[in-house]
Design a protein around this ligand. Structure first.
Ligand SMILES: [Mg+2]
Length: 451
């Protein structure tokens, strides 16, 4: 493992990402406190705009606390389609710099500039790469990003944190310890509240204090792996590589039958059962996924797989089952099926399981993942604060709130400037939900025989 002498690790983090996307697309909310998260009774704040942070609202705070601290904020459910679309543009801009990009979340990634086309990677040059990147992202997405660069992941991430919001910081090679020493130990990876409390008992509050503790003492206090790793991090000794390898995680289950099954009702029941098993495994592992895949082996052992991707990750058995059922409807099963499988991939760990559960009813679920037809099929018309809508007369807008048979919509878009608010009947036939994603439903099939 190579020790870097140039600030060739870049860390990019979009500023108040979800809230910033909402302010971009909803002109009346620019400069105002915006809080995105679960709006139900047990909802949690996902992102607060900087205006809301001034009132002490933070990520992971309960939504009820956020409402107490900043009652005049706009409270919105998330729009993952819009967030994914912005994220795709940002990640593509990073891949233009280097093929070695390690995404940490939708709005955060490391880039190994040394793995890109050979170029001067002096601090001055890296600074200009960072500046160009930030203005490129602002131009292409309308969002601001903070960028840090340093000789290691640890310092690059700390630098982007210090540059926030809308800034750039390059740690000069050789000055890493000067940057680290005054920081609280909590700034180091792996130091959570429990570790911090144990360190406090040793009189350690800053990284500089930590660097005075011997490795043997740290191992005694925190165990072998953790102790050694902190000992090294306190000395800015971090050679972890930027790694683009993403585990392509998926969870799937399948059943093979000892006879060809042709009964459509039985097939649907089997798909439903498989979906429930997949969903149970997802929730047991705390994961949700965006792509549902149906695998079918026909009587002649031809194997087909079809998949659908939707904007928001789900672990909801009814959503998985509904999508898998639709995929099955596309397959000619008349001659009989030998094997059925259902899988979910594109897995993510959403801290926020209830981000979309904006209504207080126990039936609250992820929004219709596919398109508006699904919503109608299910007889559901739920107007979630923040969601995109379009009205036949008034045009495009977004839901401010609903209740008592009414829905309040502000008719504006990213390009329109602040627009008027109108209150409509909740069942206004001229009002339709829009899902802000370029392609919300893609079905694909592999050639016969592929498995
Ligand atoms: Mg961010």
């Amino acid at each position: 493992v190579r020790v870097r002498t140039e600030p060739s690790v870049l860390h990019l983090d979009l500023d108040a990402f979800y809230a910033a996307v909402e302010q971009r697309d909803k002109p009346s909310l620019r400069g105002r406190p915006v809080i995105v998260g679960g709006l139900g009774p047990r909802g949690v704040v996902s992102t607060a705009s900087y205006e809301a942070r001034r009132y002490g609202v933070r990520s992971a705070m309960s939504m009820s606390e956020a409402r107490r601290r900043c009652p005049h904020a706009a409270f919105l459910a998330g729009r993952f389609g819009a967030y994914h679309a912005a994220s795709d543009v940002v990640m593509a801009a990073l891949r233009d710099l280097s093929p070695l990009v390690e995404p940490l979340s939708l709005d955060e990634a490391f880039v190994d500039l040394a793995a890109g086309p050979p170029t001067d990677l002096s601090s001055a040059r890296v600074r200009s790469i960072g500046t160009a990147l930030r203005s490129n992202i602002r131009e292409r997405t309308g969002l601001t990003a903070s960028v840090g660069a340093a000789t290691s992941k640890l310092l690059a991430k700390i630098a982007s944190e210090q540059a926030k919001p809308d800034g750039l910081a390059v740690v000069e090679p050789g000055s890493e310890l000067d940057v680290l020493r005054p920081l609280p130990v909590r700034s180091l990876w792996g130091v959570g509240p429990a570790t911090a409390a144990r360190l406090t008992r040793l009189g350690v509050s800053t990284v500089g204090d930590l660097a005075r503790i011997t490795e043997i003492e740290l191992v005694g206090l925190l165990g072998d792996a953790h102790g050694r790793s902190l000992y090294r991090l306190a000395r800015a000794d971090d050679t972890r590589p930027v790694s683009a390898e993403r585990e392509s995680k998926s969870i799937s289950v399948e059943d093979t039958f000892d006879r060809d099954i042709t009964d459509p009702a039985l097939l649907s029941a089997l798909v439903e059962r498989l979906s429930a098993r997949v969903a149970a495994r997802l929730s047991a592992t705390g994961l949700s996924g965006r792509t549902v895949t149906l695998k079918v082996r026909l009587y002649d052992f031809t194997t087909l797989s079809r998949s659908a991707t939707f904007p928001a990750p789900t672990d909801d058995p009814t959503v998985v089952s509904r999508v898998a059922g639709r995929l099955l409807a596309d397959v000619d099963t008349a001659a009989g099926i030998r094997l059925l499988g259902v899988g979910v991939s594109g897995l993510v760990e959403w801290v926020q399981r209830d981000l979309f559960s904006a209504v207080d009813s126990p039936a609250a679920e992820q929004p219709a993942p596919v398109d508006d037809h699904t919503t109608r099929d299910r007889g559901l018309r739920r107007w979630v604060p923040g969601m995109d809508v379009v009205h036949v007369q008034h045009g495009p807008g977004w839901v401010w709130g609903s209740g008592r048979g009414r829905v309040t919509v502000r008719f504006e878009t990213a390009d329109s400037g602040p627009g008027p608010v109108r209150t409509l009947a909740e069942d206004d036939p001229d009002l339709t939900a829009r899902i802000a994603s370029a392609s919300t439903f893609s079905a694909s099939s592999q050639p016969p025989g592929a498995d």
